[in-house]
Write a protein that binds this ligand. Structure first.
Ligand SMILES: NC(=O)c1ccc[n+]([C@@H]2O[C@H](COP(=O)([O-])OP(=O)(O)OC[C@H]3O[C@@H](n4cnc5c(N)ncnc54)[C@H](OP(=O)(O)O)[C@@H]3O)[C@@H](O)[C@H]2O)c1
Length: 233
């Protein structure tokens, strides 16, 4: 087991359903939760009826560089924020989906990877979605999340830290009001699998995800390794 106790864990999209549930679960495992929010308010969680004030840091898409001092003090960064412009295909929804789901996630990922040193115990968790391999009935969401997943496969080849991919099925939230799972149960399973040392973390009732996701990651990583070279000195 890889304990999380004492680790400083930052989660983006902290005010959303999964963000809140993950921060609470991390707190229950003895970690120090840090909420990264694009909203204005400090995050207060409900820990079985007791209010839990969480250290909250504000950021906005495009201003990821300003988070570098904070990122340098985190042991675990969970990139979890996201939007789903269901049914849209206009230019503004396309730009927003790519900015929020893909480009800001990539910028945060690169900042954190650049800070990691071999053996420093840092962990990067990236919430892509089972939309990487299955339809989510939302093309812009799928495109942004699939591209994020592909680039995560490419960049983890040279990562000095542990990289975990969260591949989640539908759970109820503002982003997906029709989800069949509960964010609290999903968060508990994510944290349990992370503590068990899994790098590909799947929480989904869909058997196709369990079959396709490991194969996809395996195939991609071989292909990327063969046709690219490690960064030179
Ligand atoms: N729900 C599902 O079925 C499902 C399935 C697979 C994967 N996921 C992924 O899980 C993650 C969390 O989703 P959720 O279902 O918990 O959704 P959610 O409740 O809507 O939370 C998403 C959070 O992302 C942040 N956010 C929204 N717009 C943003 C923007 N323009 N810039 C920066 N941050 C923004 C907000 O948090 P703050 O206001 O605190 O910043 C928001 O509360 C997402 O990446 C989603 O793609 C969800």
């Amino acid at each position: 087991m890889a304990p999380l106790a004492g680790l400083r864990c930052g989660v983006t999209g902290a005010g959303g359903s999964l963000g809140r549930a993950l921060l609470l679960e991390l707190h229950r495992q003895g970690a120090q939760p840090v909420a990264l929010r694009h909203g204005d308010q400090d995050l207060v969680l409900d820990d079985d009826g007791t209010p839990l004030q969480v250290e909250t840091v504000r950021w906005s898409v495009g201003e990821e560089q300003a988070l570098e001092p904070l990122l340098s003090k985190l042991d675990v960064l969970v990139i979890n924020h996201g939007i789903n412009r269901l049914g849209a295909r206009d230019a503004s929804a396309l730009a927003e989906s790519l900015d929020v789901n893909l480009l800001s996630a990539l910028r945060l990922m690169e900042l954190f990877l650049a800070l990691a040193e071999p053996g420093d115990g840092r962990q990067l968790w990236v919430n892509t979605s089972e939309a990487e391999v299955n339809p989510a009935l939302s093309p812009l969401y799928e495109i942004s999340k699939r591209t994020l997943g592909q680039l995560l496969s490419l960049r983890r080849l040279d990562a000095a830290c542990t990289v975990r991919r969260l591949v989640l099925g539908p759970f109820r939230s503002a982003l997906n009001p029709y989800g069949v799972m509960r964010a609290e149960g999903v968060a508990a399973d994510v944290v349990r699998q992370a503590m068990a040392g899994r790098e590909l973390i799947i929480v989904s009732p869909n058997p196709l995800t369990w079959l396709l996701m490991p194969l996809t990651c395996w195939g991609r990583e071989r292909y990327y390794r063969w046709f690219t070279r490690p960064p030179g000195p």
